[in-house]
Design a protein around this ligand. Structure first.
Ligand code: GLA
Length: 669
């Protein structure tokens, strides 16, 4: 799928005609329509105006463009707000938000639910058999939370289902502290603004509640649409991992295709590619390894600290191929044509304010031409990696709780650091959920997975006992799934596997670092060499801790301060496998060297550092190899077939010059 969000309701007939011609020129085949169109589709409660949407779908169809049709429920019209003020969202401090932007609703409010299902049903009825309809796009980026009374009563119902009794809830939230004991369900509230620190268990459960509540809202719209069109796939677009209000692992099962919006976090090509790799591997993981859809990306620009920055020419194309290499079946954008007015009028678009006579549109045409040569790849399945990184929404949320040892430790930052180190070492990686079946992996990394149930820990234990290589970082397995500390030394639930015991946390201020010395040896590149104990080997940041080895061997120790001489990095044989522990966030190079060595020893296949090689397989025995060289020297990749981008045959070895990429249709192996 190539194209993106299309908002013809902002334009006149002359522009529509121009759009048709430009879409043909760019070989656009997909348009996402109607995302925020509620006020135009239902200008007054119960009265509909579908003429413009009828015309749009007919026109797109005639032009060979398939439609991903959205339900517009992410932006209720002004009349809705005025008629149902109780459905407006309320912030933790009790203030209510007004219309005038978007996403102005409480998803738990009965009036909002009713109105959403009504408009979804109308769309299902009217467009279910339209030949342009390719897919339903429910809502847009579910992600609003609300602290109103409707939310409070839905939260209580959710808690009752989870805990069964108030006693269990009191126990789980530790309400014996600070006189928070609840004697009746009616006393339980959302975590609204409080005098001092909120209750961690309550805050965590509220996040989980909203994930489930929003999922229920998605499912009810989905089921209405499905009743009209049982054959048409239905999805919703997720925000990237950092901004996600939901736990994506529970959503992955409910969508027909995982669809993700990804706005690059960095304008730098290498950091950008690492970001794409992480988010793509995450998206693929959510769908259980299926191909997925990149539903939105920004053409050209990255907004960095509020300032608009451009990707350099050519990168929109190479970045789009990076997503495809890691399982995306689409390159869709927000948006087709830059708006003249409205809140996002400066947001980049495939057709910019300057019009088609522009660098941006020329790149759009080039991308369309390239993607048209890759159509055969769509639907093929990405080959699973041998290494995996664990990502856990509850740990991300729990580590954001105020009152923890450091506000600077974020699960996803550590997960990205570990994933990035593997990526820089040329090691392909899957992203897995806590509790996932790990048996197929040779190496598993657990990066600041702060909350860990005894059953997740048991699966890690079984994985190592069975011969797996496990790398665990600081801040993993510290508390149970209710955010209650595992006692008798951290990380209580993994101590035996790791052969260590942590007594105290010594987090670091952001500008400081800790020195590490080799305890008998060190890695140079990927080789273990004997080193004098006095030579500073690595640095760590963010976190250090007072750690005792209890069975583990010490690979590196802290070189100064109160922790001088105490273990920093350890290794423990457990059953048939090995568990490694990193008590600090190693510098990027050190992390890459260490993980690269562990991966080598575990037999994980790797490309040269900085080179990313992935494969997708078709059902007919065909496969496609994608190679990107982010390094500074040429790389050689074993493969035979034909380069779909250039048409050149490859026999045995593909040369990929620095900064270049290739897509090879491989001969049947
Ligand atoms: C999101 C939304 C779009 C648009 C873009 C702008 O992903 O879904 O409607 O606001 O962000 O970056």
């Amino acid at each position: 799928m190539f194209g993106g969000d299309y908002n013809p309701e902002q334009w006149d007939a002359a522009t529509w005609a121009a759009d048709d011609a430009l879409m043909r020129e760019a070989q656009v085949n997909t348009a996402t329509v109607g995302v925020f169109s509620w006020a135009l589709l239902e200008p007054a409660e119960g009265s509909y105006s579908f003429d413009w949407l009828d015309a749009t779908l007919d026109r797109l169809h005639a032009n060979g463009v398939r439609v991903v049709l959205a339900t517009p429920t992410a932006s209720p019209p002004p009349w809705f707000t005025l008629a149902h003020p109780d459905a407006l969202p309320v912030r933790p401090d009790g203030s209510r938000l007004w219309h005038g932007s978007r996403d102005t609703y409480c998803a738990a409010a009965p009036a909002y639910r009713e109105a959403s299902l009504r408009i979804a049903a109308e769309l299902g009825k009217r467009y279910g058999s339209h030949p342009a309809l390719a897919m339903w796009h429910v809502h847009n980026e579910y992600g609003t939370m609300c602290w109103c009374d409707h939310a409070a009563s839905a939260f209580r119902a959710w808690l009752r289902a989870r805990y069964g009794s108030l006693d269990s809830l009191n126990e789980a939230w530790g309400t014996a502290f600070w006189s928070q004991h609840y004697s009746s369900w009616d006393e339980v509230l959302p975590p609204r603004a409080t005098q001092y620190l909120p209750n961690p268990g309550q805050s965590l459960d509220f996040r989980r509640f909203w994930s489930d509540e929003l999922l229920a809202r998605y499912v009810e719209q989905r089921d209405v649409l499905r009743s009209h069109t049982p054959e048409v796939p239905i999805t919703t677009n997720f925000m990237g991992p950092e901004n996600l209000v939901m736990d994506p692992w529970s959503w992955g099962r409910e969508v027909d295709a995982v669809a993700v919006d990804h706005y690059l976090s960095s304008a730098s090509p290498v950091a950008g590619a690492a970001d794409i790799a992480f988010v793509s591997d995450w998206a693929r993981g959510i769908g259980g390894g299926r191909p997925w859809l990149l539903m939105e990306q920004a053409p050209s620009t990255v907004i960095s600290d509020g300032v608009l920055t451009h990707r350099s020419p050519g990168r929109m194309l190479s970045d789009s191929l990076e997503y495809v290499a890691r399982g995306s079946d689409s390159a869709l954008f927000f948006q087709w044509r830059a708006s003249r007015a409205g809140a996002e009028m400066y947001h980049p678009a495939l057709v910019p304010h300057a019009g088609p006579d522009s660098r941006m549109f020329a790149e759009t045409v080039a991308l369309g031409a390239t993607l048209s040569r890759l159509g055969e790849v769509a639907g093929s399945v990405p080959v699973p990696a041998s290494a995996a990184v664990m990502v856990d929404a509850s740990s991300q949320w729990a580590l954001q709780t105020r009152g923890l040892p450091s506000p600077h430790v974020r699960h996803l930052d550590v997960a990205r650091a570990v994933h990035g180190a593997l990526w820089r070492s040329g090691i392909g990686c899957d992203v897995v959920a806590a509790g996932a079946d790990l048996s197929a992996y040779s190496l598993v990394a657990v990066p600041a997975v702060y909350l860990m149930s005894s059953s997740s820990a048991a699966s890690l234990r079984a994985y190592v006992a069975g011969g797996g290589q496990l790398v665990v970082t600081f801040c993993s397995g510290i508390a149970d799934e209710q955010h209650r500390i595992w006692l008798d030394g951290y990380p209580g639930v993994l101590r035996d596997v790791l052969g260590i015991r942590v007594e105290e946390f010594h987090p670091l201020q952001p500008a400081t670092s800790a020195g590490l010395v080799a305890d008998g040896g060190s890695w140079t590149g990927r080789l273990w060499t004997e080193r004098p104990r006095t030579e500073r080997l690595w640095t760590g940041r963010l976190w250090t801790e007072r750690l005792r080895a209890e069975g583990a061997s010490v690979l590196a120790a802290y070189d100064s301060g109160d922790l001088a001489g105490l273990p920093a990095v350890t290794k423990h044989s457990f059953g048939a496998g090995t568990a490694w522990y990193l008590s600090t966030l190693l510098s990027d190079d050190a992390l890459a060297a260490l993980l690269g060595s562990i991966a080598d020893a575990a037999g994980v296949p790797a490309s040269p550092p900085g080179v990313s090689v992935t494969r997708r397989e078709g059902t007919d025995g065909r496969s496609w190899l994608f190679a990107f060289n982010h390094g500074s020297s040429a790389a050689w990749v074993p493969t035979s077939g034909v380069d779909l981008l250039t048409g050149v045959a490859v026999a045995g070895t593909l040369e990929v010059p620095p900064g270049r990429y290739a897509v090879i249709r491989e001969e049947a192996r």
